[in-house]
Structures are given as structure tokens and as C-alpha cells.
Design a protein around this ligand. Structure first.
Ligand code: C2E
Ligand code: MG
Ligand code: MG
Length: 751
């Protein structure tokens, strides 16, 4: 508005109005009968005095002609000068005086000073005792006259403008008028003074013939009608007045109206489409206004209002452009997380929504091989898949690894199951440019109903980070109440502390060769002694490690300590194989192989002396992936054992699919060997299976000598159990090994 006011005050946009007015005049131009006549004067003569005589003669003849035609008003629109012919001057003077009621002389004092103003006036010889009107016409820079005033002020006196005396009533309808140039001058009766002079017989026939303008001081431009004697403008102004047209509507009136309308649109709580309609109607109203104003000869200044609309529209378009670019992620052209904040209300608590974040791994390396167009298609395919089954909810992309969306929790009975299914769909490989790309993805969810959307977005990102693709691809953070049992907060803080302060130790449980009775190996078992809660069973803290995504860290510490103990024992000349437990869920990506390689490098340990016991094999989803990882580790020389074989789904398929070197028969069967023939049959067949497929059989959980004897009878190769030895600290194992080699009783079982 300020800009428009500035422009308006400088009349900067006047050319726009001129163009509109010219357009209006052209559009509605018409030949309408006008009852005011015009007389052209064409004075001739070499000197000023000669031409004055010629002019005076022509004026005289014209007055006489129109007097005979009984004209009501005869306006002499040129300044009369004394000529070199006193008789002509005298005749003219007499004619003027005798017709002083109908003859008007003219002058123009507008803005003209002294001599200049004087030049527009008739000689006092003619002017004395006559009616004088003002014939000033304000011109624009192109010599157009768009509005004329009804009076000129002189010494506090009002001198009527010529055109006002040409109107039917002789009085103007308003103080200023916009001549309506759609009135063509063709419709104005026009005479030539020479014609009128030729023979006194020529009678000017003017329809209604009551008024006439004789001559013009200058030529001005009439819109679409070229240069014309200025007298026509007075005639058109009078005709405009008589038709009831020519009202002026100034820029401020319209501008205030448009401004008020825009303000109303802006502050009202109209919907987006309603607002658009309102803007549309405003523009339409202006266009219709231009037509109506043209049709009714209303001289309206539209330019500033149009400028206001244009500037407003420009600003809005700019804002929209900025917003669009601010809210769209450029690579995928998906809405970004700023848009998510805007759409979902970042600071609001939306209890019925779950904020879901999908993290796509290795995006960077995929991008390096794709063109920008392919990158967009890749990202969009992932987004489309995530959108499946969400009932049209928007998928947001942060430009990095994260996609996010909100789900109405009420729609899903089992949200986690739904998301696992969704993940399975979304991680199908994506085809871009005839190539297939794997998608690996973890999903984090925060459905804590009592935190803000933006807090939950952050924690869903953290959850997606913590989720391990391999074994817990969907990681849910639910609200504190419902999560209490699963999520042991007090244990959690202590566990974090234990991990970061290296408080997790190992115990080694010796394994014996059943033929020789020698200690041939040991199993490393994680031990955590907490100052408050005492010994915490591995089942409890391992589960917790998994929930918080720190199982790898635990494995790393246990492995490091296991390798330490192997190093210590081999320094003493012993080389027992030591097993350690790793959950199968850690084998679905190659992270675990990296971890093991990292640990073994630079160690004085023969990898052949390390056996990895795969626990929880039931949770292997993808054997091909697991096999790839296992084989990579076996390349190092390490051996693999299947733990707890025979229970849950540590089954024959697992043995068949994966390259194990050893079977650990679960203590469910071992513990029941003495009393159950079935347990014995199963154990026997498992031992046979191991032998026939080239694997070592290990029995675990031997608690008495009788069991041991049965196992020997069945041909089991190795044994482990409380009867033989409890899990003991590594240094105790060293001592035990020392005493056994030195001791007199040789290699006896240690109960
Ligand atoms: P597991 O691998 O089957 O380990 C053998 C478990 O049987 C150990 O329990 C051991 O103390 C116990 N045990 C040994 N001999 C006997 C016996 O004669 N009778 C009975 N009743 N039990 C015996 P622990 O130490 O409580 O470990 C439990 C499970 O925790 C282990 O089962 C293993 O699956 C897991 N675990 C232990 N350490 C780790 C580790 O560092 N990483 C992983 N992923 N899992 C581990
Ligand atoms: Mg084990
Ligand atoms: Mg076991």
C-alpha cells in the first residue's frame, strides 16, 4: 500500500490510466448528435496586422451568420487583436456589443502570468463590456485533456469555464468533468468561416442550432481522434455533461475500496479456495468496472488499484513460491520435515497419532550411482510403498536418510505387526533405470500420547537409529505406563553405566573331551554383577541390551574379554578353543563380521581357537543373508556352533542351511537322559547326526555322573555342565588347567 501511495502521489501510473481511457473511448466510440457547432477560422496575411484583419473579418461573418440563425451562445475561442483595418475592427466591435448577451469572449489565466496571460486575452477594445469565460484546458504530456474544471479562480472571483456555458442549462453538473471521448467529433456540426463569409446567403443549419464555438487557440490531441482544435474539447465536455456522463472517480476512492477488500480477504478466516475465489472476483470486478466506466463515460483512475492488486498478487506469489520451496525437499520433491511440523502442528500433542520414522540405510552409496532424476524416482518409489495402507497420509522426507509419516493409532490393532508388514513391502528392491537396488530400512515409532509431535519425531528418529535392521527392524517407543514391564528404566540406566564403564565380565565354563577327559575348551558367558541388584542373569540384561539396540556393544566387550583370556592361556602354552555366544539376530547384516574382524586384528590369537555359538537361531529371517555373514567370519578361521539345538526352532532346517561345525545339544534332553528313553533316543540321534555330517557333538547341562556315563555310551564327543565345572572366572580356569597338568591325579573331571 505504501508503494502504491508513493506511486500515486507522483502520478507515476498516469500513463496506465491514459491507456485505459483511450481504450474505453475506442471501445464505446459513437457518433451521437451534438447541438453545439464549431467554426474553423483560417486567417491569412503576411503580417500580424494583416492576419488579424483576416481573422476579425472571419469572426465577424461567423457571428453574423449565427446571429441570423438565432444562436443562443456564440463563443469566440480566440484572442481578438486590433488589425490594420479600423473599419473591420469597428464593425466587429459593434457586432460584439450588440450581441453582448450571447457572445462570449475567452481568455486563459491558468498558471499564466502577466504578459503570457495577457496574450490569451482579447484586446481591451473588443473585451470591454463583454462576457469573458475561461478556456483553459489542462494537458498531459501527450497533449491529451482528461478532465476540465468548471471554473477558474481569479482574484477570488470565479470565472466560468467555456464548456459550462455550452451545456444545455448553462451550468455544470459538477465542478470538474472528464470529457467523454467516445463521442466522436464527426457528430459535431462543423463550419468553415470562409464558407460563411462567401455569400451572406449561407445559413448555418445546426440541429437545435443554439450554440457555437468559433475557433481555437491551439490544437490538442483527442484520444483516438488525432490532433484537433481545442474548441472541440469544450464541446465534448459540454455534451458529456448533458448526457449525464463525465463523473470523475479519483484513484483514492477505488484504492481504498480495493485495499479494504484485500484486507478483508487477508484477515478473514476464509478457506484457501474461498480466498482464491475472492481474489478472482476482485480482479473480475476491476475488469467489469473498466467496461462499465467506459460505457457510462465515468472517468475512473484504475491504475493505482491495479498496481495494488498486482503488487499484492506479486507478494503472495513470491510467498507461495518461497513456501513451496521451503516445504519441499528438492531431490525427491516430497514435503520435508518443516512441512510435517506445519501439517501436524509441531508443538501440539496429538494423542491419537503415532509418529513413524523409516530410516533407509546406505542411501548415500545408492545415490552415487544414480542421476538426479533416478534419485527422485528411487525416493518416490520408497515413499509410495510407505504410503500403502496409510489411507492417504502424507510421506515426508528430510533429504537425508529419514522418511516420516503419522498414523492414526486407532486404525491398527497391532501397530508393530502392521509396520513390520509395511517394512517388508517397502524393502523390496527398487528398479530404477533397469537396475535393481536393495532397500534396507529400519522403522522407529513414538506413540507416547503425552509428548509433542516434534519431540516424538525426534525420538522416532532415535528409535529408527537404534532399531537394528538385523533383528529388530521396528522399534517402538510407547508411553511410559504401558511400557513399564518391558522397558526396565532403572535397569536401563545401570546397564548403560555398566557398558560404558566396562562392568560386564565373562565366566568360562570348561568343556571336556569325553574320551580323554581333557579340558579341550570353554564357553564364555557374560556376567554382570550390579552393586544394587547383585548378579543379574544374562537372560535379563541381554534382552534389555537388545531392546535398546546395544547388543553389538555387549558382544564386542564379551569378545574382547574372551580373546584376552585366550591370549593369557596361550601364553601359558595352552590352546583350548573358547566359545562365545552371539545371537542369530545379529547375523542378518554384515555389521557383526566387521565387529569380529575389528577385534581379532592385531591379536595373538589363532581364530581357529574361537567358536561362535549361534543362539536364538529361531529368529533368523533370511538364511541367505545369515549364511553370507557366517561365511565371511569362517574365512577368518573361526568355527560355528548351533546352540541349544533341538528346542524352539533351532531345528534341522537351520543345520541344513548354515555351515555349522558343532552341535550343542540342549540341556532339556541332557537333563532327562537318565529317566527318559525319548530324551536318550533324541540325544543319540543328534550325536549320530553330528557324526554323520562331520560336526562335533557337545552336550551341555551335565549335572551328574550317571548322565555323563550315558553320554559316553552314546558316543558324544564333548561335555559341559555343573557336574564337570561351573562357569568360573578366566584366571581360575588358568589355575585349574595348571593344577590339572601338574597334579598327580592327572586329567580328572572337576566336579
Ligand atoms: P547357553 O549358551 O546355553 O549357556 C549355557 C547356560 O547353561 C549358562 O547359563 C550356564 O551357566 C548354564 N549351565 C551350564 N551348565 C549347566 C548345568 O549343568 N545345569 C544348568 N541348569 N545350567 C547349566 P547362563 O550363563 O545363565 O547363560 C544363559 C544364556 O545366556 C546362555 O545360554 C546364552 O544363550 C546367553 N548368553 C550368555 N552370555 C552371552 C553372551 O555373551 N552373548 C549372548 N548373545 N548370549 C549370552
Ligand atoms: Mg551357549
Ligand atoms: Mg545352550
Amino acid at each position: 500500500m505504501v508503494v502504491v501511495l508513493l506511486l500515486a502521489s507522483m502520478r507515476f501510473l498516469a500513463p496506465v490510466d491514459f491507456t485505459i481511457w483511450a481504450f474505453q473511448a475506442k471501445l464505446f466510440e459513437r457518433v451521437s448528435p451534438v447541438d453545439i457547432a464549431y467554426v474553423d477560422l483560417s486567417p491569412q496575411g503576411d503580417t500580424a496586422a494583416e492576419s488579424a484583419a483576416s481573422l476579425n473579418r472571419q469572426v465577424l461573418a461567423s457571428i453574423r451568420a449565427f446571429r441570423r440563425a438565432d444562436a443562443e451562445v456564440i463563443a469566440i475561442n480566440v484572442a481578438l487583436r486590433k488589425s490594420n483595418s479600423p473599419s473591420v475592427d469597428r464593425d466587429l466591435r459593434n457586432e460584439l456589443i450588440s450581441n453582448r448577451n450571447r457572445v462570449l469572449l475567452t481568455r486563459d489565466d491558468h498558471g499564466l502570468q502577466g504578459d503570457l496571460a495577457g496574450r490569451t486575452r482579447s484586446d481591451p477594445y473588443f473585451e470591454a463590456g463583454m462576457q469573458v469565460v475561461d478556456n483553459h484546458l489542462p494537458k498531459d504530456f501527450l497533449d491529451h485533456v482528461w478532465s476540465v474544471e468548471a471554473f477558474a479562480e481569479e482574484d477570488g472571483k470565479r470565472i466560468p469555464s467555456l464548456w459550462t456555458r455550452l451545456t444545455r442549462t448553462g451550468r455544470p453538473a459538477s465542478a470538474e468533468i472528464g470529457p467523454d471521448y467516445s463521442i466522436l467529433i464527426e457528430g459535431i456540426p462543423r463550419f468553415d468561416s470562409a464558407q460563411l463569409m462567401a455569400q451572406g446567403a449561407v445559413e448555418p443549419r445546426v440541429p437545435g442550432g443554439s450554440k457555437v464555438v468559433i475557433g481555437s487557440p491551439e490544437e490538442l490531441r483527442i484520444s483516438n481522434q488525432g490532433q484537433q482544435p481545442s474548441g472541440f474539447i469544450h464541446i465534448i465536455a459540454a455534451a458529456t455533461n448533458d448526457q449525464g456522463h463525465g463523473t470523475l472517480v479519483y484513484w483514492n476512492v477505488l484504492l481504498i475500496g480495493v485495499f479494504a477488500a484485500l484486507l478483508a480477504c487477508a484477515v478473514s478466516r476464509l478457506s484457501k479456495s474461498k480466498r482464491k475465489q475472492a481474489y478472482g472476483s476482485l480482479v473480475t470486478a476491476i475488469v467489469i468496472g473498466i467496461f462499465l466506466a467506459g460505457a457510462f463515460g465515468v472517468r475512473t483512475e484504475f491504475s493505482d488499484s491495479i498496481a495494488l492488486l498486482a503488487i499484492y498478487g506479486g507478494f503472495r506469489a513470491l510467498a507461495r513460491y518461497k513456501r513451496r520451496h521451503l516445504l519441499l525437499e528438492p531431490r525427491s520433491r516430497l514435503p520435508n520435515f518443516v512441512a510435517l511440523h506445519r501439517d501436524l502442528g509441531g508443538d501440539e500433542i496429538a494423542p491419537n497419532l503415532a509418529i513413524v520414522v523409516a530410516k533407509v540405510a546406505r542411501l548415500d552409496s545408492v545415490f552415487t550411482t544414480l542421476t538426479p532424476g533416478e534419485q527422485e524416482r528411487y525416493l518416490r518409489q520408497i515413499a509410495d510403498r510407505l504410503a500403502i495402507g496409510q489411507g492417504g497420509s502424507t510421506i515426508y522426507y528430510d533429504g537425508g536418510k529419514y522418511f516420516a509419516f503419522a498414523l492414526k493409532t486407532a486404525q491398527f490393532e497391532d501397530l508393530e505387526a502392521h509396520l513390520r508388514g509395511l517394512r517388508a513391502i517397502a524393502t523390496q528392491s527398487v528398479e530404477v533405470g533397469a537396475r535393481l537396488f536393495d532397500v534396507s530400512m529400519t522403522i522407529g515409532v513414538d506413540q507416547d500420547a503425552y509428548r509433542t509431535v516434534s519431540n516424538r519425531l525426534s525420538s522416532a528418529i532415535a528409535a529408527a537409529d537404534r532399531a537394528r535392521e538385523a533383528y529388530r527392524p521396528v522399534f517402538m517407543i510407547t508411553d511410559f505406563q504401558s511400557d513399564r514391564e518391558d522397558w526396565d528404566y532403572s535397569l536401563q540406566t545401570r546397564l548403560e553405566h555398566a557398558l560404558s564403564h566396562d562392568r560386564i565380565d565373562i565366566a568360562l565354563q570348561p568343556q571336556f573331551d569325553l574320551v580323554s577327559g581333557d579340558i579341550v575348551g570353554a564357553e564364555a558367558l557374560a556376567r554382570w554383577f550390579d552393586e544394587e541388584q547383585g548378579q543379574i542373569p544374562p537372560e535379563r540384561f541381554i534382552g534389555q541390551c537388545e531392546r535398546v539396540g546395544r547388543l553389538d556393544e555387549l558382544t564386542e566387550r564379551v569378545l574382547s574379554k574372551t580373546l584376552d583370556s585366550i591370549e593369557a592361556m596361550s601364553a601359558n602354552g595352552w590352546a583350548p578353543t573358547v566359545s562365545l555366544n552371539i545371537s542369530a539376530i545379529q547375523f542378518a547384516d554384515e555389521g557383526i563380521a566387521d565387529l569380529i574382524e575389528r577385534q581379532i586384528v592385531g591379536r595373538a590369537v589363532d581364530p581357529k581357537g574361537v567358536t561362535i555359538e549361534l543362539t536364538e537361531t529361531a529368529r533368523i529371517e533370511n538364511f541367505a543373508l545369515a549364511r553370507r555373514t557366517i561365511e565371511r567370519i569362517k574365512q577368518l578361521g573361526m568355527r560355528f556352533s548351533i546352540d541349544d539345538f533341538g528346542i524352539q526352532t533351532a531345528n534341522l532346517e537351520t543345520i541344513y542351511e548354515l555351515p555349522f561345525d558343532e552341535i550343542k545339544i540342549d540341556r532339556l534332553f541332557i537333563g532327562n537322559l537318565r529317566q527318559s528313553t525319548k530324551a536318550r533316543a533324541i540325544t543319540s540321534s543328534l550325536i549320530g547326526l553330528a557324526r554323520d555330517s562331520g560336526m562335533v557333538s557337545v552336550a551341555e547341562g551335565i549335572e551328574d555322573n550317571a548322565t555323563l556315563e550315558v553320554l559316553k555310551g552314546l558316543g558324544c564327543e564333548r561335555a559341559q555342565g555343573y557336574f564337570l565345572s561351573r562357569p568360573i572366572p578366566p584366571k581360575d580356569l588358568s589355575k585349574l588347567l595348571e593344577s590339572r597338568t601338574k597334579g598327580s591325579d592327572g586329567r580328572r573331571y572337576h566336579g
